[in-house]
Design a protein around this ligand. Structure first.
Ligand code: FDA
Ligand code: NAD
Length: 427
């Protein structure tokens, strides 16, 4: 059995939702577009899962955070897809793809063919087993990638109020989950191998601010080490975490956030893979002209840096999704994707934004003691290439984004350091 569509989006996450809206805005006919997703629900704003969804009071629940509310656009409910004649194939995993024949084989045994395919399969959370540690399936060990994970995390959190959690990993998931656990009255110890948190992005000075802030909320940090094994009780529940430095941390629950791998496996050997993702050009087109890729799974040319990157952030997924639809439906009017990388996070009362690239020399500015507003600029070859700001206003964030996009010239770093945020707002 099989069905045929003009456009198929493989994956039903952030990029799929934003692409669907763009298809409808630009005009497609009912029955032309199909979205296939392993998840049981239509696309939603994944960032909500580590923030609003985990709140003990008035938590975010679907349908409130379906795409595209995250960009202040229409909220696409199941009814919306139906009304626009978009075929949603949910709870269905694509098992194999044949780009030569332009077909996808699903877990239900159906063959779905396409004229144009957009791969938006995102990524999967890395498992501890991949680092030689067993125990991921224990009932109180949680990962966080999708709605099912988040629902389970809430259940485990609620049954451990007043207890203790060990958070493995000092990246985005670790930091955001640690804050949510504290808000849920759980005592948190964070364990990660680096010397400071968010090591992929933050400077030690920036990290230090957040670590002190977290400590003031009761979070304990164990840095420069990794876990080696779990201690379990007779029911298979984790009761303690053994570390390489020989410390043992007792735990009522564990949250693991140790990075992701893009879901490229269906296309390995069929499409060019680069830097772990499906390599695409500025139109998000892969090495096969009928296949496009966007979101966490795509390695695309970042014009501003003059090189291809894979970005694991929601703004990139949203904007690339809009761009790919424009490139498909109006190829003559659509140029290359010109994207300024943008990352952000919100934890406790903190809120930061980052634009550009974190390479080169760093200048810190602002008040790192009170934490009201502080930031950093990254400078390379006499130009501003990256900006970070905590506690900014909308206008201030816009200013650092603009200055970074313009690659503002920096002749006197000491003067820029003195001007701080004023350097960007004056541009
Ligand atoms: P996404 O993961 O959203 O969607 C992929 C979809 O493909 C899923 O529905 C998956 O089930 C499906 N799929 C995969 N393989 C399939 C197959 N073989 N068959 C069928 N379906 C398949 N970023 C940010 O900038 N700010 C933030 O605050 C956050 N916060 C955040 C919190 C949490 C908990 C996570 C996990 C991630 C974030 N992110 C984030 C990252 C951001 O959510 C991420 O970059 C985007 O969701 C990427 O969108 P994609 O559409 O590429 O993948
Ligand atoms: P990450 O790459 O941000 O951090 C991974 C962390 O894992 C590292 O900082 C390191 O401390 C730790 N680590 C690596 N190997 C380890 C090991 N063997 N033992 C212990 N710790 C180890 O990845 P993540 O935090 O898992 O986030 C997953 C994805 O979700 C990323 O794509 C991220 O961009 C996305 N996300 C983004 C946001 C945001 O942008 N605000 C929020 C949540 C999630």
């Amino acid at each position: 059995m099989g069905r045929a569509f003009v456009y198929v989006i493989l994956g039903g996450g952030v990029a799929a939702g934003y692409a669907a809206l763009e298809f409808v805005k630009r005009g497609i006919s009912p029955g032309e577009l199909c979205i296939i997703s392993e998840e049981p629900v239509v696309p939603y704003e994944r960032p909500a899962l580590s923030k609003g969804f985990l709140l003990p009071e008035d938590p975010a629940r679907l349908p409130s955070f379906h795409t595209c509310v995250g960009a202040n656009q229409e909220r696409l409910t199941p009814k919306w897809y139906k009304e626009h004649g978009i075929e949603m194939v949910l709870s269905t995993r694509v098992k194999s793809a044949d780009v030569r024949r332009k077909t996808l084989l699903t877990s239900t045994g159906e063959t779905i063919s396409y004229r144009i395919l957009i791969v938006a399969t995102g990524a999967r959370a890395l498992r501890l087993e991949e680092f030689g540690v067993n125990g991921s399936d224990a009932p109180n060990v949680c990962y966080l990638r999708n709605l099912a994970d988040a629902t389970r995390l809430v259940e485990v959190m609620q049954s451990n109020t007043g207890g203790s959690a060990v958070v493995i990993g000092g990246g985005y998931i670790g930091m955001e989950c640690a804050a949510s656990l504290v808000i849920n009255k759980i005592n948190v110890t964070m364990v990660f191998p680096e010397a400071h948190c968010m090591a992929r992005l933050f400077t030690p000075q920036i990290s230090n601010y957040y670590e002190e802030f977290y400590k003031s909320k009761g979070v304990n940090f164990v840095k420069g080490t990794v876990l080696t094994s779990f201690e379990m009780d007779s029911t298979g529940k984790v009761v303690a975490v053994r570390l390489k430095d020989e410390n043992v941390l007792s735990a009522d629950m564990v949250v693991v956030g140790i990075g992701i791998r893009p879901n490229t496996s269906l296309f390995e050997g069929q499409l060019t893979i680069e830097k772990g993702g499906i390599k695409v050009n500025g139109r998000m087109q892969s090495s096969n002209s009928s296949v496009y890729a966007v979101g966490d799974v795509a390695t695309f040319p970042v014009k501003l840096f003059g090189e291809s990157r894979r970005l694991e952030h929601v703004d990139s997924a949203r904007k690339a999704a809009r761009h790919v639809v424009a490139a498909i439906l109006e190829p003559d009017k659509t140029g290359d994707f010109d994207y300024l990388p943008f990352f952000y996070s919100r934890v406790f009362s903190c809120s930061w934004q980052f634009y550009g690239d974190n390479v080169g020399e760093v200048l810190h500015f602002g008040d790192y003691t009170s934490g009201n507003t502080f930031g950093a600029y990254w400078i390379s070859k006499g130009r501003l290439v990256g900006s970070f700001l905590e506690g900014g206003t909308k206008e201030e964030y816009e200013a650092i984004a603009r200055a970074t996009r313009l690659k503002a010239k920096i002749e006197d770093p000491a003067e820029v350091e003195r001007l701080g945020l004023g350097f960007a707002t004056a541009i």
